[in-house]
Ligand binder design. Structure first.
Ligand code: 13P
Length: 338
């Protein structure tokens, strides 16, 4: 295990003003995305779509790393057959890989999930390293309802995140630790705050128990929001304040970057929330940036609409969101940029 390399790569991922492109949709999820633009989810179309994003000129000015899916890291550019991971690393963008096998129902705990994929992970990580991956992602899913989350699901998911992180670091791969609390439901922002605090406490306990090197991880959390179905939606400033306060209490200063998921927020809100956090005049020992999937891709997907003649428009739409979020990661975004 090379701690220096892990720390260097984690810091590179969290370079000020840059973020991650989460392009690691599994075959099932990317089909759902392509369905929205009436485009068949064939191997070629998935490759074309990812090629459109990865070859957008200048994306490396805003993007420090790309999370890929197993199929994608084995694919190459359309025009000159350059492996995607080589294309990215030649641009100075770190290639990453989703290694979890998805969130499955947690036995005996209705409505809760546990992420699978630890068996055989050591061998898979070694192969992904040889394919160019320098960081990985594992997403745990926590739900909020009248009865959830239970201690059981928080504890089981924290344990799995720690086992995964330890295996990644052994393989010189930076783990993205992603405990996603879904914001579906009618709950208040206060409930989100309490649950996020409890989950992060549990995750950092588990990481500490397994001696995970905190300088060599990236945290990918949800923002602290009102439940999407709550009548009372917190303002951008309230979200920024609650989210940063929660992290001040739970995330050690040794962690180089907190890079948020967008979790179904609109493109603009995801950018505004990030910007407001970076504008807050308070203690923030970590970089606060983005690791967005939908909030970076939806506009590009729609602009492309599966048609070759729209590839340039798709690239432009992606670069625009990347640029706005890069500004937000420095607290320099304004709505005039739209
Ligand atoms: P969203 O930004 O669309 O939530 O996706 C990020 C991600 O990688 C979820 O695991």
């Amino acid at each position: 295990m090379n701690l220096e390399q892990l720390e260097l790569n984690a810091k590179k991922m969290a370079t000020k003003g840059k973020g991650l492109l989460a392009a690691d949709e599994s075959t099932g999820t990317i089909k759902k995305r392509l369905d929205t633009i009436n485009t068949e989810s064939s191997e070629l179309n998935r490759r074309k779509y990812r090629d459109m994003l990865f070859t957008a000129k200048g994306m490396e000015d805003f993007i420090s790393g790309v999370i890929m899916y197993d199929e994608t890291i084995r694919q190459s550019t359309i025009n000159d057959e350059i492996p995607f991971s080589k294309l990215l690393s030649d641009l100075g963008v770190l290639p990453g890989i989703k290694v979890d096998m998805g969130a499955k129902p947690l036995s005996c705990f209705d409505g809760e999930f546990i992420t699978e994929g630890l068996d055989g992970l050591r061998e898979r990580l070694a192969e992904y390293y040889s394919l160019g991956a320098r960081f990985a992602k594992w997403r745990a899913v926590i739900t909020i309802s009248d009865k959830t989350p239970t201690f059981a699901s928080i504890d089981a998911n924290a344990h799995a995140l720690a086992r995964y992180s330890s295996l990644c670091q052994e393989a010189n791969i930076v783990p993205i630790v992603e405990p996603e609390i879904l914001m579906d439901g009618k709950h208040s922002i206060d409930t989100s705050f309490d649950v996020t605090t409890e989950v992060l406490d549990s995750v950092f306990d588990a990481l500490s128990n397994l001696d995970v090197y905190l300088e060599g991880i990236i945290l990918k959390p949800n923002m602290v929001l009102s439940g999407y179905d709550s009548k009372d939606q917190a303002s951008v400033e309230e979200v920024a304040d609650a989210t940063v306060t929660c992290f001040q209490r739970t995330v050690p200063a040794a962690v180089p970057g907190i890079m948020f998921l967008s979790g179904g927020q609109s493109d603009l809100l995801a950018t505004e929330h990030l910007d407001a956090m970076n504008k807050l005049d308070t203690v923030k020992p970590w970089e606060l940036s983005f690791s967005y999937g939908r909030a970076l891709q939806t506009a590009a997907l729609n602009a492309w609409s599966g048609k070759d003649e729209n590839l340039e428009a798709g690239k432009e739409a992606f670069l625009h969101r990347a640029k706005c979020n890069s500004a937000a990661a420095k607290g320099e975004y304004s709505k005039d940029m739209e």
